[in-house]
Design a protein around this ligand. Sequence first.
Ligand code: SAM
Length: 221
Amino acid sequence: MGDTAGETKFYSNAEGYWKEVPPTVDGMLGGYGKISSIDINGSKAFLRKFLGEGEGKTSAGCALDCGAGIGRISKRLLLPLFKTVDLVDVTQEFLDKAKTYLGEDGKRVGNYFCSGLQDFVPESGRYDVIWIQWVIGHLTDNHLVEFLRRCQKALRPNGLIVIKDNVSYEGVVPDEVDSSVCRDLQIVRNLVGRAGLSVIYEEQQVNFPKEIYQVHSLALR
Ligand SMILES: C[S@@+](CC[C@H](N)C(=O)[O-])C[C@H]1O[C@@H](n2cnc3c(N)ncnc32)[C@H](O)[C@@H]1O
């Protein structure tokens, strides 16, 4: 990556890949739909550590679901906890599906943004939580750093950014099939630091199948 032509292909190949994926929970999770509940329950426990009233606590006003897909996370994690949720994803077909998949609670969706995160500018000071799950591998290092910087500006007081994603054992592992990369935890931490953010809490998701990448959640401010 790095060169413009390579970057353009990296993004357009990913867009092409996701256009062919069925708009289902199984599609969102690469055939691992069965782990969705474990994932959501882990995320709920993680997020609850920060939410509440009082000194330093994150409010439950508005959340942004980044790389939201059909809204799997919005439906079971964010809409039950926040008054309003916005979704952003590069695949219009997934956002279209979200409009029915989210059911009654979908009435509390503020915005469906169809955009690549590399281009997306979240509204300044709007969000209590910005949730970024299973999508950072689709951004180049520089775009990820710049996106995180924009996310920081989009936070309300005591707001929180959460990255939850696969981490490799060592280095950067490319995936030619969906046009993404998997970074090791130290590389992710370094990119977070380059964005001017600090990791305030970190946890590994437990009870996932052994054959898949380790998944880590990082709370950032
Ligand atoms: C593995 S799915 C995860 C969906 C959701 N986060 C979840 O956990 O259910 C990856 C999602 O990222 C989206 N995506 C891929 N590249 C993207 C980009 N550059 N910007 C925004 N979304 C992207 C895809 O359309 C897809 O919905």
